[in-house]
Design a protein around this ligand. Structure first.
Ligand code: BGC
Length: 718
């Protein structure tokens, strides 16, 4: 398609409509929409609707085809709509939430899962997913932890790249869809972990910690980027000229589409940044946002801004060309339905291959926190009680698109399928709500069942809507009813594993001692129960590690491993500090379970690391290596992690930062040497003006099994 020729035929109104996106129910006359329905509140005209460029939130292939048909009849120039959707961890076959996939430390897994999601979404009529979300998060109160791959920029970057590659591929297949990295920028740093709250941070921290993962996604060729709801240092992202023009466009060279978040233009009024919709349009235009999601400021005021000379038609054209270019790249002008197909939906949704991959995802995401000889359960275990508010629920989590809880395998179902129904029993134990109080009858039934069972699988945590957008929590512990259940069951049966379903790290200090074993399943998706059974029975091992620190208590938030050093450090991060050191009176500084931590059914050990030479120069490299040994009786895979500390620098650097990891397969008793090459790009940092700084001096390299590793080898950059 000659998109420049097409552009030359468009009126200003048509261009502004391309730059606007509305919910499908605003456009769909058959769903009580159109100008008589939800669109009325946006005062959209028939002409606006006829020329609209894209839509979001629709039901699948049939609806997409019907809407596109309708649209093609109305659109004067025959420009197809783009259909976008939040395909965050699967379309119909749901895999673990991104925080879980983060725990796998396996970018290839993320890529394969994203490919699967793209395939189902494509046949469901989607051409753009609002994913990956790469917001760095250090505060577990924030409900959207679940959408992020965690607290580390390096891991987030690898996962972002893998997701972009999985979704987009090279667009050679009709099953590839465009990706949209979000939420630019620093949305995960919302003050107090409260969603939509303001972000105020130094440019030093933005450049070093918060921006890198978005940059990895733009470097990987992501075609779209979404602005965030929050302020950054006093300016909302959608109207932030510095962020979008200077950093994103000019410095990073991002040439894709910038879309706002849902209604974020008009929210600039609530922020107190714009007086009215006209000012919202002006701020967003000046900042360079190409598509306005779910509000009408561009449509209503774009022309006036043009007539007043505040924007130029060339600016509008630039945005419209980007949008037309994506439609062209996706082949929409040749086939406006692209891959949408109700038959293919039937063939692909929940097909055995997709279920198997979702199961693999759930197995590789689960983290074993504690195991006092409870696991693995014996294959010949006779009476297993699956107890708890989440024991018989399909745990697919927030943002589960078209996934259905009823199609997901619960823990109880998974254990029944694995062992046979006659060996497995169920009791609910207590209610699901976060403020649930114990129900005596449910509790008694559960304790009684536990007392006559040989093993107990206790399914606890958070229900679907306790994490996700706008679902922040000030208390991130288990409910009182769940804690009572844990304690009462521990009294009658010590062969009990607590299984946690959660969209964030939970604060477990007051209950972990009552749990003989504890595993985190996150929100595992469609095949959660089958994955759980395989893990608990030792048919596969726990290989995932924490992508976020689990605090002792919510009072430690934000807590993350790569903090900067204070002048009065605590002598021991795991003990209560001394007077006049930086400490709490009532809690250690460090987390209960650190980033990178997780157990397996065997015990791994690493030797103290050694460097190949004492120094390197900026063009050179050196190697750091350690021996990793499987000390246990089972074959398994260790996740060996490399962290580096810059000992003295002109800006204070973190205590350590993850710079690499390797999964090492080891037979029982086997040892292998793991080595990492250190190059100077791993030693540099950003100054407050976004320049790379590389300073000579001493560095420490840690090689170990979590971010808590203390042994380091020293070397110098000369
Ligand atoms: C969320 C975005 C999402 C958008 C569209 C917003 O509320 O913040 O992440 O992509 O809605 O559904």
């Amino acid at each position: 398609m000659d998109i420049k020729a097409l552009l030359s035929k468009m009126t200003v109104e048509e261009k502004l409509a391309q730059m606007s996106q509305f919910n499908s129910n605003c456009l769909d006359k058959d769903s009580d929409g159109g100008v008589t329905g939800p669109a009325r509140s946006l005062s959209l005209t028939e002409a606006d609707i006829a020329a609209t460029g894209s839509t979001l939130n629709f039901k699948g292939a049939d609806e997409m085809i019907r809407m596109q048909d309708e649209h093609m009849k109305q659109d004067r120039l025959g420009i197809p709509l783009l259909f976008m959707m939040d395909v965050i961890h699967g379309f119909r076959t749901i895999y673990p939430i991104p925080l879980g996939v983060g725990a796998s430390f396996d970018p290839d897994l993320m890529k394969r899962l994203s490919e699967m999601a793209a395939k189902e979404a494509a046949v469901g009529g989607v051409q753009v997913t609002f994913s990956p979300m790469v917001d760095l998060v250090r505060d577990a109160r924030w409900g959207r932890c679940m959408e992020s791959t965690g607290e580390d920029k390096y891991l987030n970057g690898l996962m972002a790249k893998a997701a972009v590659e999985g979704y987009q591929g090279d667009y050679s297949s009709k099953y590839n869809i465009a990706a949209c990295v979000k939420h630019f920028a620093a949305y995960g740093a919302a003050e107090s972990g409260r969603d939509y709250n303001s972000v105020d941070m130094s440019e030093y921290s933005l450049y070093n910690d918060y921006l890198p993962a978005y940059k990895v996604a733009t470097d990987a060729g992501v075609d779209m980027l979404m602005t965030s709801f929050n302020l950054i240092n006093g300016v909302p992202s959608s109207g932030n000229e510095w962020l979008l023009r200077e950093v994103l466009r000019d410095r990073w060279g991002f040439g894709g589409i910038i879309i706002s978040d849902y209604n974020a233009f008009r929210e600039m009024k609530s922020h107190g940044f714009c007086a009215d919709d006209y000012e919202c349009a002006r701020a967003a235009f000046k900042a360079g946002t190409d598509i306005e999601m779910m509000s009408n400021c561009y449509i209503k005021f774009g022309k006036r801004l043009l007539e007043e000379g505040i924007i130029t038609e060339a600016q509008i054209d630039e945005s419209v060309l980007r949008i037309l270019a994506l439609k062209d790249k996706l082949g929409m002008f040749d086939n406006p339905y692209r891959a949408a197909s109700a038959e293919e939906e039937k063939a692909l949704f929940l097909c055995p291959e997709h279920r198997a991959l979702a199961r693999e995802g759930a197995e590789k995401s689960a983290v074993l926190l504690k195991n006092e000889g409870v696991l693995p359960l014996s294959e010949s275990v006779d009476r297993v009680a699956v107890i708890g508010p989440f024991a018989d629920v399909g745990m697919i989590g927030f943002w589960s698109c078209h996934g259905k809880e009823s199609e997901a395998v619960s823990a109880y179902r998974g254990m029944c399928d694995a062992l046979g129904e006659e060996r497995v029993s169920y009791a609910k134990g207590c209610d699901t709500a976060s403020n649930a109080k114990s129900d005596e009858a449910l509790l008694r039934e559960a304790v009684e069942l536990a007392s006559r069972s040989s093993a107990v699988v206790l399914c606890l945590g958070e229900e679907r809507n306790m994490s996700g957008e706008s679902n922040s929590r000030a208390d991130i512990g288990l409910s009182d009813a769940q804690k009572t259940l844990v304690r009462e069951i521990a009294r009658v049966n010590k062969n009990c594993v607590s299984v946690l379903y959660c969209g964030r790290p939970l604060a477990l200090a007051d209950i972990i001692d009552d749990m003989p074993a504890c595993a985190v399943m996150w929100q595992p998706g469609t095949e959660g129960g089958s994955a759980l059974a395989n893990l608990l029975l030792g048919r596969c091992d726990f290989t995932a590690r924490l992508p976020m620190s689990f605090p002792y208590t919510v009072g430690q938030a934000p807590i993350y491993y790569n903090r900067t050093r204070t002048g009065r450090p605590a002598h021991d991060e795991h003990a209560i500090g001394k007077m006049y050191s930086s400490h709490y009176l009532d809690c250690p500084n460090g987390p209960l379970f650190p980033f990178g931590y997780g157990l397996s059914y065997t015990a791994f050990e690493t030797s103290a690391p050694e460097v190949s030479k004492d120094s390197m120069n900026a063009d050179g490299s050196l190697t750091v290596c350690a021996t990793v040994t499987n000390k246990g009786a089972r074959d398994s895979a260790a996740l060996v992690q490399l962290y580096i500390r810059d000992v003295v620098a002109s800006r204070v650097r973190p205590v350590k930062e993850l710079k690499g990891f390797e999964r090492v397969e080891l037979k029982a008793g086997e040892s292998k040497v793991v080595s990492f090459e250190i190059t100077s790009d791993m030693l540099s940092f950003k100054d407050s003006s976004d320049n790379d700084v590389l300073e000579a001096g001493e560095f420490h390299a840690f090689v170990g099994l979590s971010s808590d590793e203390k042994r380091a080898a020293s070397f110098r950059l000369v």
